[in-house]
Design a protein around this ligand. Structure first.
Ligand code: ZN
Length: 135
């Protein structure tokens, strides 16, 4: 099974949870509880839409041990529609097809479950937004 079809079959739509500052309304991701813009407390949850554009990117040809099957891949800085920049791996695209300004959307999957309490870890990646086919 190819990696893209694996992702398509396993992906789940989950919120990209951050925070919003009640004072200056800055959107924060990842959540940090203190607004970097005004220094005030920011603990109000805000769900990002998960869409954005590629702000910058780099191709990774040598993957860490255990992830060799995924190389080469692209790690991008994604500018979310709401403003914050998120670093994440891109998926469902050939590394040579990535470009600055490319529209992307978040996909997530469960990574692993830990212990009896079932603490679940999620990982998110971004994939190209599918272009509408005309006609
Ligand atoms: Zn603020």
């Amino acid at each position: 099974m190819s990696i893209p079809s694996y992702w398509r079959s396993r992906q789940q739509r989950l919120a990209l949870a951050g925070e919003v500052c009640p004072n200056c309304e800055a959107k924060l991701f990842p959540p940090r509880d203190i607004c970097p813009h005004c220094g005030g407390p920011a603990k109000t949850r805000f769900d990002f839409c998960g869409r954005g554009t590629v702000y910058s990117f780099s191709r990774v040809n040598a993957a860490p041990a255990g992830f060799e099957a995924y190389a080469p891949y692209v790690v991008a800085l994604v500018a979310l529609e709401e403003g914050p920049l998120v670093t994440a791996q891109l998926t469902d695209i050939a590394p040579e097809d990535v470009y600055i300004g490319m529209p992307v959307e978040m996909v997530t999957r469960q990574m692993r479950r830990e212990g009896e309490e079932g603490l679940v870890h999620y990982s998110y990646k971004f994939r190209p937004v599918m272009e509408r086919v005309q006609g």
